[in-house]
Design a protein. Structure first.
Ligand SMILES: Cc1cc2nc3c(=O)[nH]c(=O)nc-3n(C[C@H](O)[C@H](O)[C@H](O)COP(=O)(O)OP(=O)(O)OC[C@H]3O[C@@H](n4cnc5c(N)ncnc54)[C@H](O)[C@@H]3O)c2cc1C
Length: 344
């Protein structure tokens, strides 16, 4: 399994504050991942990857998120594109997967308009049958690393309500990448909106569909997202444990958080590779989010005012934990979290 050495993790952690606050893509951290073989992890061996098993993927995501959530998040979006390609037709697998394994190309996903974004209006991105293929019009509201991507795996809705997944090169005429959004955290992810004005998609670009609910009925909130929340919680828990070494009052708090981390990790790993575990997967997503929120805020209580001042990492972890309230948060997860937050 591709793992980062302690030096590799330290290199990511050293750049984590800049990756979170600054507008620049975390290129040096990405290069660390490439040198460590991490970019090969999600790609099957026949395409030059190492084809990690699901529990290894979760472990890796957790470790990376603990070092630099921005970099771990960018990788998670690339790996989501990889998973869609693996499930797609052979010619698209052959065209993209070897380059992704080698780190020669970055791909990303813009899929939330089919699941968790803009669900209260008409389709944000429309596909109209055209010349044997489709024309895409509208918005892909959230695309991480859009201006670094050779192509975006995206999804559009047809006039009959069915949905299509396609891989669309970013230099396709009519596709415009917007400026990076001014995010509350993870700014280096350069998440942006993408506009499509008559973007032509041929049959060779289609990954799946047209079909109803082409991403499944829920969409989002998978174990990989939970592993990142757990990794962020872990950074705060490690901090609490270190502080507890010299502050007796923190010892029981740190112990309880550590026990929670071990318990949640066990449940996540038990779910990896299981099929039809939908409700349990979403419950785990909510549980990891709660742990990330609580652990980072407990760390802030312990770090006090000093922890509120950058570059102290605790303020960053606490801000980043909020990300899990909005990213890849399907309705059952947001309902669970809201119930928790609502006074009784
Ligand atoms: C930093 C970041 C990076 C992301 N990266 C990616 C990515 O790479 N790929 C990807 O596919 N997704 C990505 N996402 C999208 C994410 O997974 C969610 O889809 C997104 O956060 C949902 O928020 P939204 O504002 O689009 O939701 P919306 O549901 O569109 O809500 C927007 C606004 O609409 C209003 N509204 C919402 N619901 C209703 C309603 N029922 N009735 C009336 N008004 C309503 C509210 O005022 C709300 O503020 C990213 C999100 C973030 C924050």
């Amino acid at each position: 399994m591709a793992v980062l050495t302690p030096a590799g993790r330290a290199a990511l952690a050293d750049r984590a504050e800049a990756a979170d606050r600054g507008p620049d893509w975390p290129g040096e951290s990405w290069a660390v991942l490439q040198r460590a073989g991490v970019l090969r992890g999600a790609v099957p061996a026949e395409f030059g990857g190492t084809g990690l098993v699901p529990t290894d993927t979760l472990q890796l995501g957790e470790a990376l998120a603990g070092a630099c959530l921005t970099t771990a998040f960018a990788l998670s979006q690339r790996d989501a594109a990889v998973r869609r390609l693996i499930a797609g037709p052979p010619h698209l697998r052959g065209a993209y997967l070897p380059r992704l394994a080698a780190g020669e190309a970055f791909l990303t996903v813009g899929l939330s308009q089919l699941t968790t974004s803009r669900q209260h209006g008409g389709p944000a991105l429309r596909a109209t049958p055209h010349a044997g293929g489709y024309r895409l019009d509208g918005d892909v509201p959230w695309v991480t690393g859009a201006d670094h991507a050779a192509a975006v795996v995206t999804g559009a809705t047809l006039p009959d309500g069915t949905q299509l997944l396609a891989v669309v090169p970013t230099d396709r005429p009519g596709l415009t990448v917007g400026p990076p959004l001014d995010l509350a955290a993870l700014r280096g992810s350069r998440t942006a909106g993408v506009r499509c004005d008559g973007v032509e998609v041929g049959p060779a670009d289609v990954l799946a569909g047209p079909a109803e609910h082409v991403l499944g009925r829920t969409g989002g909130g998978g174990l990989e997202t939970s592993a990142l929340a757990l990794g962020l919680a872990g950074a705060a828990i490690d901090y609490l444990r270190a502080e507890a070494g010299r502050r007796d009052d923190l010892a029981p708090v740190a112990e309880k958080f550590e026990a929670a981390r071990v318990g949640v990790r066990g449940r996540l790993h038990a779910l990896a590779g299981l099929t039809a575990a939908g409700d349990a997967v979403l419950a785990a997503r909510a549980e990891c989010t709660r742990l990330a929120l609580r652990a980072t805020q407990a760390a802030l209580v312990a770090a006090k005012g000093a922890g509120f001042v950058p570059p102290h990492p605790v303020q960053r972890w606490a801000r980043q934990a909020l990300f899990f309230l909005v990213w890849s948060c399907p309705r059952p997860v947001s309902a669970d979290l809201l119930a928790d937050l609502t006074p009784v």
